[in-house]
Design a protein around this ligand. Structure first.
Ligand code: SF4
Length: 313
């Protein structure tokens, strides 16, 4: 069996920053420490912090007045910031700077009374946060071509498009092309709201698929490590599947159905941007133990030196 480990492993800079923020706040202020939503979408990371006394909340009123609250990497709307201020909370903003950039874009277009089309998954925390920067009457959330067909904005109007940071690069390009055809005065970024980490990870899956190509589809498999609610991890699973490779997503090594590996000669392994590297190592170890003659091919990680400075606390 040949195992290929995708070149993008470990936390992206935004996730690393958010996790370090919680760690440093715990050291400086101790527990209880409150975090609005999951700090990042990873079961293992969230579970680890719960054991340290971190309380994850989905409502500002769940934090006692005067409590210390961290906003997660996915960001929050201005209304949530206001609610925290009114309640007298001490807040630390661990929003990824690349999400904050999208907030600024949303606020910029909304200030001009330009309708804003937000490509993203309704209900995702990041989309909720970004939506809060746009007046409801100007906001249109779309995630499919059909959603675009149902827009009622007049075609001659100036319209802005922004996106969630963790979307499929290929699907988003299709949607933006469709929007350009529909709204000649469309403005906004092309695909650069999709962050570098998401783009690199999807490219790395395409590279993995090329590495697996010598094997027949029946003999190859891609395993993505990522939690069920991780948007960027789910997009990796879709990317592999769209390329015709059977691609599964697991939260940890114990979730792998080892029967799936029978008769496989080529296995690709990757992970989402919020997955601790040791979870991937455990997957590699489980497979290597079951198939001691397997070989492992790795690639150079292009993200080693990308670091975001920590927020003020
Ligand atoms: S996936 Fe992208 S937007 Fe999300 S935290 Fe990482 S770098 Fe930031």
């Amino acid at each position: 069996m040949q195992i290929f480990l995708a070149r993008t492993q470990g936390f992206c800079a935004g996730v690393a920053r958010a996790i370090q923020t919680v760690e440093q706040a715990l050291t400086a202020f101790g527990a209880p420490l409150y975090v609005f939503h999951e700090i990042v979408h990873n079961t293992s990371v969230v579970g680890h912090f719960k054991t340290k006394g971190v309380v994850f909340v989905n409502c500002i009123n769940a934090v006692p007045p005067g409590g210390r609250l961290i906003f997660s990497a996915h960001g929050v709307s201005p209304a949530i910031v206001d609610q925290a201020r009114v309640r007298g909370l001490l807040t630390i903003d661990a929003t990824c700077p690349l999400v904050t950039k999208v907030h600024h874009e949303a606020a910029f277009f909304a200030a001009q009374d330009t309708p804003v089309i937000l490509i993203g998954h309704n209900g995702h925390e990041e989309v909720e946060g970004t939506s809060g920067y746009v007046k409801p009457e100007l906001l249109h959330i779309v995630s499919t071509v059909e959603d675009i067909d149902q827009l009622t904005i007049a075609a001659h109007k100036k319209v802005a498009v922004i996106t969630q940071t963790t979307l499929s690069v290929d699907d988003t390009r299709t949607l933006i092309l469709k929007l350009r055809g529909r709204f000649p005065r469309l403005t906004g970024p092309d695909r650069e709201d999709i962050c570098y980490a998401t783009q690199n990870r999807q490219e790395a899956i395409k590279e993995l698929a090329r590495s697996l190509a010598p094997a027949s589809p029946a003999n190859s498999l891609i395993i993505i490590c990522g939690s069920p609610n991780s948007s960027n991890s789910n997009r990796l699973q879709e990317t592999g599947s769209h390329l015709g490779v059977t691609t599964i997503i697991v939260d940890h090594a114990g979730e792998i159905d080892m029967a799936l590996l029978k008769n496989k000669t080529h296995i690709g392994i990757s992970s989402g941007a919020s997955v601790p590297r040791d979870l991937v190592d455990e997957i590699m170890a489980r497979i290597s133990n079951a198939y001691p003659d397997s070989t492992v091919t790795t690639f150079d990680n292009p993200e080693k030196n990308i670091v975001f400075p920590l927020p003020d606390m």
